[in-house]
Design a binder for this molecule. Structure first.
Ligand SMILES: NC(=O)c1ccc[n+]([C@@H]2O[C@H](COP(=O)([O-])OP(=O)(O)OC[C@H]3O[C@@H](n4cnc5c(N)ncnc54)[C@H](OP(=O)(O)O)[C@@H]3O)[C@@H](O)[C@H]2O)c1
Length: 330
């Protein structure tokens, strides 16, 4: 299958591309500035901004599209907006897919989009889901809880949030999360591309345990949790709202009231036993460590990645050529 992974250079994208290549698919990873050396060998990079319409030229020739494009939920929405990246971006990808004969469309949404907690991120994700459901494509939607793994923004965010041994958390950090390991999420996404029984489903996906934010943070770093009252958090969030470099604004305050867990975990639909899944730990390299490692490997990997990409291109080109027997031709 030819798979177009929008957001393929991101945290979930790199893992999914690896799974798809291992399964023998031809994979294109699209983002605004993909670095071939950071992509798994064999993945073809393409530069595209999904906030621009008319994506037919880049989507054409693929059997399936996976939309992983993200403006992370903890990034405040000034400058780049959740509406343009998540909602308009999804619409552009869906329209291009419908016009070019893509069959299957897999959309990454998030747990809590239907929770009633109103943030710019959830509103845009909800609109994006609606566009996908109303399309003529074979769609599958995934709504994961937080995802952890190599290079995840989540652990880095928590480290930034709690840089001292005194960990000040809103309400003592009672918000519940159900972290899932990226390497166990992406095979489920690959399954949604390959298996027809997933078509028309929106899956809530969580990991093996529900943890409070305080438990999660103290697995990331040693320290003592000191609660900050919610009313004070609300007041600080309102003050910080216009300051995008502070990772706490009104939306983040609202999101603290969300239980990011599911009672309807769809793991059974993929024959996965929750108890078999990896439990949350911060024992994963940061984005910076991965980049440093990647640059060491770059020289050796670049050669093989280029070879695999050109083999993919050649395979696709030969498949696109009219299927004529030269002996019998007109
Ligand atoms: N990670 C989690 O904990 C989590 C939890 C629930 C749901 N999700 C969902 O899972 C999906 C993947 O998340 P992730 O953690 O992998 O995100 P990520 O690491 O931030 O990756 C986002 C990807 O989108 C690309 N991108 C951003 N803006 C773009 C644009 N305008 N046009 C084209 N590409 C663009 C980025 O590359 P460039 O910046 O180079 O363009 C990158 O490849 C998202 O839908 C997210 O909402 C993630």
């Amino acid at each position: 299958m030819d798979v177009f992974v929008a957001g393929g250079s991101g945290f979930v994208g790199r893992s999914l591309c690896r799974v798809l290549v291992d399964q023998g698919h031809d994979v294109t990873a699209a983002s605004r500035s993909p670095d071939p050396a950071e992509l798994p060998a064999g993945v073809e990079p393409v530069a595209v901004d999904v906030t621009e319409p008319d994506l037919e030229a880049v989507v054409d020739g693929h059997d399936a599209v996976v939309n992983l494009v993200a403006l992370p939920s903890h990034v405040q929405s000034r400058g780049r907006s959740h509406e343009s990246v998540h909602a308009d971006g999804t619409r552009h990808l869906v329209e291009a897919s419908e016009r070019t004969g893509v069959r299957r469309f897999v959309q990454l949404s998030g747990l809590g989009v239907e929770s009633g907690v109103e943030t710019a991120y959830f509103r845009a994700k909800r609109r994006a889901e609606r566009v996908v459901r109303e399309s003529s494509l074979e769609w599958v939607i995934y709504r994961p809880s937080v995802v952890f793994g190599d290079g995840c923004a989540f652990v880095a965010f928590l480290e930034r949030l709690a840089p001292t041994p005194i960990i000040v958390l809103p309400g003592g950090g009672r918000t519940l999360l159900q972290p899932i390991w990226v390497e166990e999420l992406t095979p489920l996404i690959a399954d949604g591309l390959a298996d027809d029984r997933h078509v028309g489903n929106a899956y809530e996906i969580g990991g093996p345990e529900a943890l409070t934010l305080a438990e999660v943070v103290t697995r990331v770093r040693d320290g003592v949790v000191v609660p900050i009252p919610m009313f004070l958090t609300g007041a600080l969030a309102a003050l910080a709202d216009p300051l995008p470099w502070i990772p706490l604004g009104r939306d983040q305050y609202r999101a603290l009231s969300l239980e990011n867990t599911t009672d309807d975990d769809a793991l059974a639909a993929f024959d996965v036993d929750p108890e078999s899944l990896r439990r949350f730990s911060a024992d994963v390299p940061s984005e910076a460590e991965i980049r440093a490692g990647a640059s060491d490997e770059r020289a050796t990997r670049e050669g093989s990645a280029k070879q695999a990409v050109s083999a993919n291109r050649e395979r696709r080109a030969s498949r696109d050529r009219p299927d004529r027997d030269p002996e019998v031709g007109p």
